[in-house]
Design a protein around this ligand. Structure first.
Ligand code: GAP
Length: 517
């Protein structure tokens, strides 16, 4: 299956089963805004819970915070967002469409890449086994010409972006003869910087004085509360503050479903440490975070570290954890060693000291910070797309097999843990099944279903990722046993009702997941 096709299937599955809906769909939706449905909200909460518990309960020196979305506007001046949180934009005068200049150039290079790939595929077909791709790339004149163009554009774009040279970016778009995908014309405006923060106005204050921003990251809420938490929690360095919350960015190119949205959720942790120890903690958090991901069993080969070669001016080390999404490897999480940049800036702009007094050395200093920052919605997409598969299920003897769609989500994250299914809707089986619902409902999110043949009910549960189905049959009435079916193996075993709670608790347990991570 083509990767892009898989994304389409995941999007339509997510909608069909109540995971993710387009926002305000009855008005034709709002681009890059999505709503999480009845199952989506459960999966999202389970991911949050896994992250929150791993950060706070598993680390005695990490505590939580829930800071407000609106912050004093000077916060964003201090953090650099007002002056530097920009994208270079260009408008097409005919279609009136706005584009990111660097994305237009990237798309241009991707087209040249595709041309190279076409040449390679053609030659592969012609030469079969004897084909040597490396040699072909090094000698074929068409490939060499396209590759040289890509390298040239790449180098010029990098130089222009690094020096914020907007004229050079525009010249490069002209040189490549890039046309607007919508109007087909090359009638472009100049390239301008566009700030990604959403602005709004505060209460009764009018004009510029009343302008405030929707936060573009949750991190600054942590920095401005550093001393509040340190003092009231009597925290000693090193220690961390974790926060989950909404962030807003006026992304110009918002596409690929919930991968890039204008309103999204972040799970961020700022770890405050002594200057000079930050690289030790940076490596610690790189290892801890990849272990957290790997514990979910989504395939170690699906993760890659990508070190930032060009560091932001405040960072002395930074990397992304990339995940193999249906669109290819893309950033899922960032780990950044942010030095004392943020706290020092807030000291400068607020005039308040944000220092840690070390009782052992009698010194006070601005701590260094290592940050881990993961997008909750991206994690949701990673889990959902990795779990989605269709497969043939062999039929009983003499019967044809059937296709099933299954979400193999880790049981600890699965939105519904157990389905309880009376085999038939009579003979006292529904009543017995409801007794089991009452036994389990306090600890597990479950569904009761007595409609249709049991095979169809299994398929429905497979499609939403329910790891266990309990079937109540006539034998249950005689000996208080039920069958429990495993979503992935489809094997069934007979279990005493008394043993169900302990068995399911063990299977869906978050502690087992946390112990591996
Ligand atoms: N405090 C650091 C920070 O915000 P970032 O790399 O800009 O760093 C961190 O964002 C994470 O937030 C990313 O790795 C990604 O998972 C998520 N993220 C960023 N922009 C997003 C968007 N427009 N939609 C969804 N998730 C986004």
């Amino acid at each position: 299956m083509q990767q892009e096709d898989k994304l389409k299937l995941v999007i339509s599955h997510a909608k069909e089963y109540g995971f993710v809906f387009p926002s305000s769909e009855i008005y034709d939706g709002l681009s890059a805004a999505y709503d999480y449905g009845q199952l989506g909200v459960e999966l999202k909460n389970n991911i949050k819970n896994y992250w929150w518990t791993a950060m706070t309960r598993m680390h005695q020196n990490i505590v939580g915070l829930d800071s407000s979305i609106f912050m004093h506007p000077t916060t964003w001046k201090a953090s650099g967002h007002v002056d530097a949180f920009n994208d270079p934009l260009i408008d097409n005068k005919d279609s009136k469409k706005r584009y990111r200049a660097d994305v237009l150039l990237e798309d241009y290079m991707a087209k040249s890449e595709a041309k190279i790939q076409k040449e390679i595929d053609k030659a592969k077909n012609k030469f079969g086994e004897a084909f040597n791709e490396e040699q072909f790339r090094a000698t074929n004149p068409n490939v060499l010409r396209s590759q040289a163009k890509i390298d040239d554009v790449q180098a010029k774009m990098k130089a222009a972006l690094e020096s914020s040279d907007l004229i050079a970016l525009k010249n490069l778009i002209d040189e490549c003869e890039i046309a607007c995908p919508e109007s087909g014309s090359r009638n472009w405006t100049e390239v301008r910087q566009f700030n990604l923060m959403f602005k709004t106005e505060l209460g009764a204050v009018s004009g510029d004085a009343g302008i405030i921003y929707l936060r573009p990251e949750t991190a600054q809420g942590i920095f401005v509360n550093f001393l509040n938490v340190q003092k009231t929690g009597r925290m000693k360095l090193p220690f961390g503050i974790a926060q989950i919350g909404k962030a807003f960015r006026n992304e110009i190119i918002a596409r690929q479903f919930i991968f890039r949205m204008r309103e999204f959720e972040q799970m961020e942790m700022q770890f405050f440490c002594k200057p000079g120890t930050e690289m030790e903690w940076y490596n610690y958090w790189k290892n801890a975070r990849i272990a957290w991901h790997n514990a979910l069993g989504m395939g170690e080969e699906n993760y890659k570290f990508h070190d930032h070669l060009k560091l932001a001016h405040y960072a002395n080390a930074a990397c992304d954890i990339e995940f193999n999404f249906p669109m290819g490897f893309k950033e899922l999480e960032g780990i950044h060693s942010r030095t004392d940049f943020d706290l020092s800036k807030h000291e400068e702009f607020s005039g308040k000291k944000l220092r840690y007094f070390d009782p052992e050395t009698n010194e006070s200093f601005v701590p260094y910070v290592v940050e881990t920052s993961i997008g909750l919605d991206r994690m949701f997409l990673a889990v959902l797309s990795n779990a989605y598969r269709t497969e043939m299920v062999p039929g009983k003897e003499g019967e044809e097999g059937a296709e099933r769609t299954v979400l193999s989500i880790h049981p600890a994250l699965a939105p519904v843990k157990v389905a309880i299914l009376p085999l038939v809707k009579k003979d006292g089986l529904p009543e017995k099944a409801k007794e089991i619902v009452d036994l389990l409902k306090y600890d597990f999110n479950l569904q009761y279903d007595d409609k249709d043949a049991v095979g169809r009910r299994y398929r429905r549960q497979d499609a939403i990722g329910t790891p266990y189905c309990i079937t109540v049959d006539n034998e249950t009435l005689e000996d208080n046993t039920v069958t429990i079916r495993d979503r992935d193996t489809m094997l069934q075993e007979r279990v005493a009702i008394d043993a169900l709670h302990g068995m399911i608790a063990q299977k869906v347990s978050l502690s087992r997941l946390l112990n591996q991570g």
